[in-house]
Design a protein. Structure first.
Length: 375
């Protein structure tokens, strides 16, 4: 039987050539922004839902996606109005590593903050931050779910982890999606799978969800028609409607989403080879052409851009010791934007002095005095 036990910490590339070195910058504001229309790539995170504050995985992932992140304390969240929440492109209730943050402000003020959520929603009964250190699929799910939740330009999305809250999240679900209820019953939390909608919406596989070990803490017993199951936990009973995935697993949904389309660039990734950095992405309902902007670190744009009608761009001649990223928008800025970050890469050279041979590895390796580089 289900038990909401709290587990504590137990290609046609477009090319631009540049060469320069600037320091990595990463800005995290701790003060909520002012009210206004929803601004893309701005995220408001409920601070108590983070396990390690500004260094939590949710914040790191948001920055890697190009977001300006505001972390609100419980008191700051409680002092905000619906219009204040509506100023952000994304609201985030994270995973405090299998803990319960719902009794209190989130529940009592649900009627204030949930009406601001007009964009995409991802709600799930698991704790990806807890499992990300031991299962790469958990980290993939979290990053892709954040990207989807904030993908609708001009609207406020929601990333909602129920973590290990049991039914304490019910007041929030009542305000957000009347008809959605947290359920319990017989299930196997190590046999999970992704639905066809989940694979298409989050770009994840069943393998990404499987084998986290004691990962499903809540599943959804009932849900409104405008929410779509993305992932299920194997079960023979318990929820109102059992679902069978393309992989043949039957059970109850524990990952659901509202808004099954992307309006913006999404699933943006970067790969690096020597001095070249290539970005690839998927287009949303707002088609290209696209504009690529090189970033120093996570969020500081350079003056180097590339315009393309394909879904790939490449920048050449980069310093091997500098972390760069790429931000992609539709031309003219419509359709939202996203960014990704590529770590510096090391290279190895061979240095020779007579019969002495040395191999030097580094971000920008150079031969010691008296040695010359073998090419």
């Amino acid at each position: 039987m289900f038990s909401p036990t709290l587990r504590r910490w137990t290609r046609m590339p477009v090319a631009v050539t540049v060469s320069m070195v600037l320091a990595l910058t990463s800005l995290v504001s701790l003060t909520p922004s002012s009210a206004g229309a929803a601004t893309s790539l701005t995220a408001l995170v409920y601070g108590p839902s983070l396990y390690s504050g500004a260094t939590s995985l949710e914040v790191v992932d948001l920055q890697a996606l190009g977001y300006s992140v505001t972390i609100a304390s419980d008191a700051q969240w409680a002092a905000m109005t619906t219009a204040d929440f509506s100023a952000y492109g994304l609201l985030v209730i994270g995973d405090p590593r299998c803990n319960d943050v719902f009794p209190g402000t989130l529940d009592s003020l649900a009627a204030v903050w949930t009406p601001a959520v007009t964009g995409n929603v991802v709600v799930f009964g698991t704790d990806p931050s807890f499992h990300a250190g031991s299962h790469s699929g958990a980290a993939t799910f979290e990053s892709h779910a954040l990207a989807f939740a904030g993908a609708e330009a001009g609207a406020t999305g929601l990333y909602l982890s129920l973590s290990c809250s049991g039914n304490d999240s019910q007041p929030v679900l009542d305000a957000l999606a009347p008809g959605m209820t947290v359920g319990s019953g017989s299930y196997s939390d190590n046999i999970t799978d992704v639905t066809a909608a989940g694979a298409a919406t989050l770009n994840i596989t069943g393998a990404d969800l499987t084998g986290w070990n004691s990962s499903v803490h809540e599943y959804i017993d009932q849900w409104p028609a405008n929410y779509t199951p993305l992932g299920i936990a194997e079960s023979s009973n318990g929820c109102a409607s059992l679902i069978t995935t393309p992989g043949g697993v039957t059970g109850c949904p524990y990952i659901l989403a509202r808004g099954a389309t992307y309006g913006a660039v999404h699933n943006l990734s970067v790969s690096r080879s020597g001095t070249a950095l290539t970005a690839t992405w998927q287009a949303g309902s707002t088609a290209g052409p696209f504009l690529c902007t090189l970033l120093y670190g996570l969020d500081t744009p350079s003056s180097f851009t590339a315009r393309t009608s394909t879904t790939s761009c490449t920048f050449y001649g980069l310093s091997p010791s500098t972390p760069y990223g790429v931000r992609v928008t539709t031309s003219g800025g419509s359709g939202g934007s996203a960014s990704a970050w590529s770590s510096p890469v090391k290279s190895t050279i061979t240095c020779v002095r007579g019969s002495s041979v040395r191999h030097i590895t580094g971000y920008a390796p150079r031969c010691p005095a008296g040695y010359h580089q073998r090419h």
